[in-house]
Design a protein around this ligand. Structure first.
Ligand code: NAD
Length: 494
């Protein structure tokens, strides 16, 4: 082993050691009440990084007790104070960017350069909502008939359950925790079982930033239903915010019906990326590469179906294959790595199944096309498929991997019809040099967001969310805090 490999191994170990491997309940770090633990795996080696508590129903109840007890005091805390806690947390995250990025790469696999960007992106939600905390507005009006006044105020919803996915272990947390803190809600956070460490580190930072005990409670678990079941039955819970797959989201919406909980659902996507006849080819290739390859293709916003006008198809596919085919695949911690491993064996098998299905139906692999079986971990190379038949399973399901299926179209009507032919509606991407055409796509694509000549749409300053089965509610932007506020109207007799 070289000195530098040994040094890197030590650094990795230190970063993992530094994280509290405990549940956070009422300000106290503690083990699961039945003492159970589960192992967290590094997807680039398939080896265990450490064990964390495996919370169950009793821990869920304890966390609910803590969140409920802290709610009244927290709602009464000055908005400026809530904002300043978020602001301090923003600064601490930025200060600790390197260490947090390495931690995220170890548990999730993405290249460290991408983890660094996610850490900053995650921190930005705290900065954004630190500024929103003091702008929760009300309304005071004279009634139309002049008799009395209409007073509308906004109050925190109350204790919230926040469930996050593994693909953006920190940003999907801050996108919920930021507005909940700003609005004055207490919360129980349940990170994905694959990536608990980033959330535990984040919780520690919030504590150091002055967040009072009980406002944020964190439950790590490999048995999520044992948490969501009792909590959604508990009348003290008032809100459920979930980011994850549509299948699990649907189950949670059903559970939420028990207490008629307020819900926000950020679910799956099946993003079309449309390259029009008049597109700037280089811009379209760049945009497609980032929309496809960001986060190893494991993003709800990933371009899942690439529709290219037949005049450009050959040139576009060749350029995209060249670009993706030259990307460096490896352990996310290695300098120069651009494509890390997929999250686990199930993720790898799914990508492999979808590619084999498309190829057996007539698709052609221009680059990539099979898992990398020469190493441990779950690696799949960047893949571009041409001539993908429109009924291929990969055009219906989320691929969640570095595979770009290209389908040709002849005119805008056909592209819009194909793009809208899905139950999902999170985001779309359109590349065109025509303003008129761009506006038409923006109005007619059935999505909550659109990248116009841009392969990335995510920013804390804009409302993120989908239509159709991609979910309900919006995170970020000026409306993001509304998900955690209840409207109360008072009729005043004057
Ligand atoms: P997942 O649905 O399997 O899991 C998401 C979370 O739900 C995890 O914390 C998991 O432990 C938990 N969970 C699973 N079963 C549960 C149950 N019965 N009760 C309570 N919690 C339960 O999704 P994933 O594999 O972690 O993430 C990938 C999915 O997330 C993709 O579908 C992706 O599109 C979606 N996603 C959506 C957005 C968005 O903003 N729309 C963002 C990121 C990811």
């Amino acid at each position: 082993m070289s000195d530098s490999t040994e040094g890197n191994g030590k650094r990795e170990q230190l970063v993992v050691e530094r994280v509290p491997k405990a549940l956070l309940v009422g300000g106290r770090w503690r083990p699961a009440s039945d003492g159970r633990e589960y192992e967290v795996e590094d997807p680039s080696t398939a080896r265990s990084l450490c064990a964390v508590p495996d919370a169950g129903a009793e821990d869920a109840k304890a966390a609910m007790d803590a969140a409920a007890a802290a709610q009244e005091g927290w709602a009464a805390t000055a908005p400026r104070e809530r904002g300043e806690i978020l602001r301090r947390a923003f600064e601490l995250i930025v200060e600790r960017q390197e260490e947090l990025a390495l931690l995220m790469t170890l548990e999730m696999g993405k290249p460290v350069a991408e983890s660094r960007s996610e850490v900053l992106y995650a921190a930005e939600f705290f900065r954004w909502f630190s500024e929103e905390a003091v702008r929760i507005e009300g309304d005071w009006r004279t009634a139309p008939d002049g008799n009395g006044r209409i007073w509308v105020m906004r109050r925190p919803v109350g204790p919230a359950l926040l469930i996050t996915p593994w693909n953006f272990p920190m940003a999907m947390g801050t996108r919920k925790i930021g507005p909940a803190v700003a609005a004055g809600c207490t919360m129980i956070v349940k990170p994905a079982h694959q990536t608990p460490l980033s959330m535990l580190a984040l919780a520690e930072i919030l504590g150091q930033s002055g967040l009072p005990d009980g406002v944020l409670n964190v439950l790590t678990t490999s048995r999520p239903a044992e948490i969501s079941d009792p909590l959604t039955e508990d009348p003290r819970l008032r809100k459920l915010s979930f980011t994850g797959s549509t299948a699990v989201g649907r189950k949670l919406i059903e559970l939420s019906a028990r207490q008629v909980l307020r819900t926000s659902m950020e679910l799956g996507g099946n993003a079309p990326l449309i390259v029009c006849r008049d597109a700037d080819l280089e811009k379209a290739v760049e945009g497609a590469a980032i929309a496809k390859m960001r986060n190893i293709g494991e993003a709800c916003t990933a371009a899942n179906r690439i529709y290219v006008h037949s005049d450009l198809a050959e040139a576009f596919t060749g350029r995209l294959a060249e670009k993706l085919g030259s990307m460096v695949v490896g352990r996310g911690t290695e300098p120069g790595t651009q494509v890390g491993p997929l999250i686990d064996g199930a993720g790898l098998d799914k990508v492999d199944r979808l590619v084999q299905d498309a190829v057996s139906a007539g698709a052609r692999a221009v680059t990539g096309g099979a898992p990398l079986s020469d190493r441990p971990g779950y690696f799949y190379p960047p893949t571009v498929l041409a001539d993908v038949p429109t009924d291929a399973a990969m055009l219906r399901e989320e691929i969640f991997g570095p595979v770009a299926p290209v389908v040709t179209f002849e005119d805008d009507d056909e592209a819009i019809r194909l793009a809208n032919d899905t139950e999902f509606g999170l985001v779309g991407y359109v590349f065109t040099e025509s303003l008129r055409r761009g506006i038409r796509y923006a109005e007619e694509l059935e999505t909550g967001m659109l990248g116009l000549n841009k392969g990335v749409v995510s920013t804390p300053a804009a409302p993120f969310g989908g239509v159709k089965q991609s979910g309900t509610g919006r995170e970020g932007g000026a409306v993001g805090i509304d998900e955690y506020l209840e409207i109360k109207y008072v009729a005043v007799d004057v």
